[in-house]
Ligand binder design. Structure first.
Ligand SMILES: [Zn+2]
Ligand SMILES: [Zn+2]
Length: 343
């Protein structure tokens, strides 16, 4: 089969590789669409240590079942499916408590690190275990289904946050996940949603997708604006979807006393916390990582049009052209959002 292989750091080869082997519990999926994730782009230069070459990246994908293993039940050749980006074991201490995203034996598709190598979906075929499969609702395209994974990350963050009807929310970082958080917050009943970023294209998109206000933190006093919108109390909830000290501090400053900050971004391994402000205002900090169990709801919400993923797709391109799209994303082309590759 043909695959887009990260052969060396920052160097792709579109080439012939062996088809993945299909174990008794696995299905082989003919990939129809696989989206490029920010973690692929950040990881391709070696800086995260999670894309050690050679590896086939890609964990946001959908396709058609081409082959089923001997012990596979309920799935057939021809079924249209997507799958969790995380292969969890189902047996460890955490899986048994339903915390599958925190599985001790967790392997992410398209990741190779010191502990494991799991080839992903930038290829004609990918093999995945049957327990992470989800069926596509009728009418949902493969491209839309490829965006279920990032939506599930946003959805999980919103589900972990205590939200009351008509709450004011601040979302710091209007990238892919931030824009999906904004849409999920709208669906969850927030009354006033304020998006913060330094990229005007993304802020415009945020407004189109449900934000009431979009603040460019390069040119606007975000804190003053949030206070103005909230009768000087501050926001009820905030989401940090970047993961560096300045945005963490801004998210905390925007909150009212007793408010909740949900932490999603983790670009930087450490960040400075304004401890006194958190303690004396009795803030709640919640962390959110990947997702668990949110896929069916996300698939349904996209299919019903309750969440718009189409607006986030900048391009659908052949897998053979993947290297140049990775390069453009790596260079940080400002108007480029999601790029989907199809084998
Ligand atoms: Zn991803
Ligand atoms: Zn487990």
């Amino acid at each position: 089969m043909k695959a887009l292989v990260l052969a060396e750091y920052n160097q792709f080869e579109y080439k012939e590789v062996p088809e993945p082997s299909v174990g008794p519990e696995d299905v082989l999926i003919q990939v129809k669409a696989c989206a490029i994730c920010g973690s692929d782009v950040h990881g391709m230069d070696g800086s995260t240590g999670r894309r050690i070459p050679p590896v086939i990246m890609g964990h946001e994908a959908a396709g058609v079942i081409a082959e089923v293993g001997a012990n596979v039940l309920g799935w057939q050749k021809g079924d249209r499916v997507t799958f969790d980006s995380t292969v969890y074991c189902g047996r460890c201490y955490f899986c048994q408590r339903g915390l599958t995203n925190l599985c001790d034996n967790r392997r992410v598709l398209g990741v190779s690190c010191d502990e494991y190598r799991q080839d992903g979906a930038f290829a004609e075929y990918v093999a995945v275990p049957q327990h992470i499969l989800y069926r596509l609702p009728a009418g949902l395209s493969f491209e839309q289904a490829a965006l279920v994974e990032p939506l599930s990350v946003a959805f999980h963050a919103v589900e972990r946050t205590p939200i009351s009807l008509n709450d004011t929310a601040v979302v710091v970082g209007a990238g892919m996940i931030g824009l999906l958080v904004i849409q999920s917050l709208r669906a969850a009943g927030c009354g006033h949603i304020i998006a913060v970023d330094i990229n005007q294209t993304r802020l415009d998109l945020a407004c189109k997708l449900g934000a009431d206000e979009a603040l460019n933190s390069d040119s606007v006093d975000v804190m003053a604006q949030v206070l103005k919108c909230t009768a000087n109390h501050g926001a009820d909830i905030a989401f940090e979807v970047v993961g560096i000290t300045p945005t963490l501090q801004l998210s905390i400053e925007c909150l009212r006393k007793g408010g909740t900050l949900t932490l999603v971004g983790n670009m930087s391994p450490t960040a400075e916390l304004p401890l006194q402000s958190v303690v004396t205002r009795e803030l709640t900090l919640v962390a959110s990582c990947a997702s668990r169990g949110e896929y069916p709801a996300c698939l349904d919400m996209i299919a019903r049009g309750a969440i718009n993923v189409d607006a986030l797709v900048s391009a659908v391109a052949p897998l053979a052209e993947g290297a140049s799209w990775f390069e453009r994303l790596y260079e940080g082309e400002p108007d480029l959002m999601k790029v989907i590759l199809s084998p």
